[in-house]
Design a binder for this molecule. Structure first.
Ligand code: UDP
Length: 416
């Protein structure tokens, strides 16, 4: 029931030139203290979405530092992933109803995965709500358990919150991206706060020569002589892709020839994405200069990289956002971002650093800022450069792994 994702270890040395020196030094120290620690990360999908991005890079680096780390993915039937997407939506504030069928589906799938868990780990880190109940159905007497929440739980639907809380009892530590996401009922429990980060060495973020970027985006039909607006996100109502299209239409009144690309990855645990994708494709057929691409129709990591480098402006119109790695990815490439003032996005940028934050539902304001950045390229470059600096200091994978290892060190008494 549990599948192991194979990840080749990456040495810390590889990062020396790309990240702040103090992060390297701290990681060396933590690697020494935690050498040989047996850790499992468990989540719901090996590809698509921010958690799989994070795990791909952090597991590789943690192994490179000398820990023994496995990445395990739970399996479930299609009903299970419908249930867990509804729970995800409920935890971000959508209406949520617990029925006997929903509960049975969630419990049976988690129980089956828990039964398959090997007992060899010192620490198990469970990511997000899909596998949260593993802890309740597993009795591994010496293992420490961490639950890592990646979603925006600032204003959950009460029924979804109550449902989740039932499964969090046995965890030793709960990790959130920001304090606003910790629901009051969890105060008093051991809580840690730290944000995700991007991997500067992944094919998604490596430097790519402008000539290659041009070739890649024009291969997809984009005219590189005209401005391009881009959103890179799973096709998810919280990322508001139809709102992005409306912003595009408003902005195009001021920037004739403006193009929009929506790139969206499909994830194993996100059945909703297919429905949205079909609706967006239908929309694109009626609209000129609107490009829709997905990882399953040929948009690879390197292509996302090229699009993020080629865009005049990146938009991230999230109504709720756990973090939004795509914001840091764009800023790392010095591409300015206009984003909704939602959840974890507010950590990554501020007005004048990286771009602009606007009310996530104010489409006129989005369009105004997009137009301003396309019309004033010097301003766009300055904001992009400031954004990259902020990402370098705060949102690279080395800082993320450092924070995660500090939590592990505290858990196993290696924190002095
Ligand atoms: N992504 C991708 N291809 C796509 C769309 C998204 O590789 O067509 C990646 C994107 O680059 C980012 C991740 O999926 O690394 C999305 O993470 P984010 O934190 O922004 O959002 P989440 O999907 O976790 O809500």
């Amino acid at each position: 029931m549990l599948h192991r994702v194979r990840v080749a270890p990456v040495s810390l040395d590889t990062y020396r030139d790309a990240v702040p020196a103090e992060q390297v030094a701290e990681l060396e120290d933590l690697g020494r203290r935690l050498h040989g620690l047996r850790v499992a990360h468990i989540n719901a999908t090996p590809y698509g979405g921010g958690v799989s991005e994070l795990l791909r890079s952090s597991v590789a680096l943690e192994c490179g530092l000398g820990l023994t780390v496995d990445w395990l993915v739970i399996s479930g039937d299609s009903r299970f992933f419908e249930v867990t997407k509804a729970l995800h939506n409920g935890l971000q504030g959508a209406p949520f109803v617990v029925t006997a069928d929903l509960e049975e589906t969630y419990v049976l799938n988690n129980r089956a995965n828990a039964a398959a868990l090997p007992g060899e780990y010192d620490v198990i880190i469970v990511h997000d709500p899909q596998p949260a109940a593993l802890r309740a159905f597993s009795s591994l007497p010496t293992t420490r358990w961490v639950w890592r929440c990646h979603i925006d739980t600032a204003e959950p639907h009460p029924t979804a919150e109550q449902f989740l809380l039932r499964w969090l009892d046995g965890y030793d530590t709960l990790v959130f991206t920001m304090a606003e996401f910790v629901v009051p009922a969890l105060r008093g429990r051991p809580i840690e706060l730290f944000a995700p980060g991007i991997d500067p060495l992944s094919p998604k973020n490596l430097p790519v020569p402008p000539s290659l970027c041009k070739r890649v985006v024009s291969w997809h039909g984009v005219d590189t002589q005209r401005p391009l607006l881009l959103q890179v996100s799973r096709f998810d109502p919280w990322k508001d892709p139809f709102g992005v299209i409306r912003v595009f239409r408003i902005a195009r009144e001021h920037i004739p020839g403006l193009q929009l690309a929506l790139l969206g990855s499909m994830a194993l645990d996100d059945p909703e994405a297919w429905r949205l994708y079909e609706q967006l494709r239908a929309e694109a057929e009626r609209e000129s200069d609107l490009f829709i691409g997905t990882n399953l129709t040929g948009v690879s990591f390197v292509e996302v990289n090229a699009f993020q480098r080629s865009a005049s402006v990146v938009i991230q119109k999230s109504l709720r956002e756990g973090f939004g790695l795509v914001v840091s990815e764009a800023l790392w490439k010095e591409t300015p971002v206009v984003a909704g003032r939602s959840g974890g996005i507010t950590l990554q940028m501020e007005d004048g650093v990286g771009g602009y934050l606007v009310d996530p539902r104010d489409e006129d304001s989005f369009a105004r800022h997009v137009v301003a950045l396309i019309q004033d390229r010097a301003l766009a470059r300055t904001l992009g450069r400031l954004g990259r600096q902020r990402v370098r200091e705060r949102f690279l994978i080395t800082r993320y792994v450092r924070d995660e290892l500090r939590v592990l060190a505290r858990l196993v008494g290696q924190d002095c």
